[in-house]
Design a protein around this ligand. Sequence first.
Ligand code: CMP
Length: 140
Amino acid sequence: MTTQRTLSIIKPDATRRNLTGAINNTIEKAGLKIVAQKRMHLTEEQAKQFYAVHKERPFYNDLVQFMISGPVVVQVLEANDAVTKYRDVMGATNPANAAEGTIRKQFAESIEANSVHGSDSAENAAKEVSFFFSEIEIAA
Ligand code: CMP
């Protein structure tokens, strides 16, 4: 398996509680390298566009409002098999089902305020990374 990239978002519930460093510690301990990172406050338009794949889901509007309720930290993570590795480190979407030691088990408040997002496939990772970052902002 060659080196792969995935897109991570530290969500407003986590930035509000000043958990960026604690989450980054878990990410780095798991062997994922943070090769780009920026803190930003998404506009409603950006959040809608990023989560457009979920626009027919009943939670879409609430999700968009939550994602613009405070700053996020968007990141590019790099490792062998980074997409799967980061999904393992994040834990289940619903923190009630997340395994011990995962980010969501440690920090998430609810299925919506679940502290982090990670790309769900290599194809989506490439799209999501380029949504937020240009190549010159990424330094491996
Ligand atoms: P994320 O990995 O960012 O992808 C979509 C997000 O929708 C998900 O994490 C959750 O934060 C949010 N969400 C809210 N309600 C639900 C739900 N019932 N099922 C799945 N995702 C949900």
